[in-house]
Design a protein around this ligand. Structure first.
Ligand code: CP
Length: 306
């Protein structure tokens, strides 16, 4: 089954193939399955970018989207995630895109369901399609990952984006640095070194800022928004430290004036909206992979048009 659960399960050649495929979609390549294919988007946590760009990608590929809203589903009557996915499989859904608050929710499904699972974010765990769109944006800018310094700043411990990106960027040959409040350092940190914020920004080719994940904190943040901005944010003054040619990324949603000065969100070095644009193409590539995987494993027997 062609699930996409974490990037760490993919080889570098598989990752590069997805990026290449995304680039061809970006260049306007048409592709659609010749037989009807059905996808459901199961978002148990709020989302704007990931949910809407998956829906855009699905429509661009001619897939049929089965609406699913957890708040108006039988989840409210106690149905488990497993039984929900089995139900969608039984009625003919081919792939499910899932965002869930539980880390590694997919482990209970991956060997037991006959639909392709695409992880749209699991708790503090992984966000593979965000990471792919970040990689595509970096590759478009620099043409390579090897030798780049990527600085990830903020709430590292609670960030699935940081975890996914640090692992894959290290494998691709980038030098990953972290910075941010000491209480949010990741004690599982295996893929980067912590440095002080001004040094981090001065060394970076890519400055990647993170949203503070308040919803995953056991305790209230000890700093005001303004204090956080001054101590750990990309302020207008700190942006002056950036190297010529360095770029700013942020997975968004952005809290303007907290992790980044509002004026920098759309400033010249920012690629924040470019990331969102790339998200559609990356998700088209991921959906195509899932569909082709089903075909190869005999779930779909019809021929396909390319
Ligand atoms: N970057 C990201 O995952 O945004 P959403 O939460 O809006 O999907």
């Amino acid at each position: 089954m062609a699930h996409l659960l974490t990037l760490s399960e993919l080889s570098l050649s598989e990752i590069n193939r997805l990026l290449d495929e995304a680039e061809t979609f970006r260049n306007g390549r048409p592709w659609h399955p010749a037989t009807p294919m059905y996808v459901a988007n199961l978002f148990f946590e709020p989302s704007t970018r990931t949910k809407c760009s998956f829906e855009m990608a699905e429509r661009k590929l001619g897939l049929h989207v089965i609406p699913f809203d957890p708040e108006r589903s039988s989840v409210q009557k106690g149905e488990t995630l497993y039984d929900t996915v089995k139900t969608l499989e039984a009625i003919g859904v081919d792939a499910v895109v899932i965002r869930h608050h539980e880390d590694a929710y997919f482990e209970a499904l991956r060997h037991s369901v006959g639909v392709s699972i695409i992880n749209a974010g699991d708790g503090c765990g992984h966000h593979p399609t965000q990471s792919l769109l970040d990689l595509l944006t970096i590759r478009q800018e620099f043409g390579t990952f090897a030798g780049l310094t990527v600085v990830i700043i903020g709430d590292i411990r609670h960030s699935r984006v940081a975890r996914s990106n640090a692992e894959v960027l290290t494998r691709l040959g980038a030098n990953v640095l972290f910075s941010g409040p000491p209480e949010w350092e990741d004690d599982m940190n295996l893929h980067g070194t912590y440095v002080e914020i001004d040094e981090a920004i001065a060394r970076a080719d890519v400055v990647m800022l993170l949203r503070i994940q308040h919803e995953r904190h056991a305790e209230k943040m000890g700093l005001t928004k303004e204090e956080y901005h001054q101590q750990y944010g990309l302020t207008l003054e700190r942006a002056q430290l950036m190297k010529p040619g360095a770029i700013i990324l942020h997975p968004a949603p952005v809290n303007r004036g907290v992790e980044i000065a509002s004026q920098l969100v759309e400033a010249k070095p920012s690629r924040i909206f470019k990331q969102m644009e790339n998200g559609v193409y990356v998700r088209m590539a991921v959906l195509k992979r899932a569909i082709e995987g089903r075909m190869q494993h005999g779930h779909v027997v019809e021929k396909w048009h390319v």
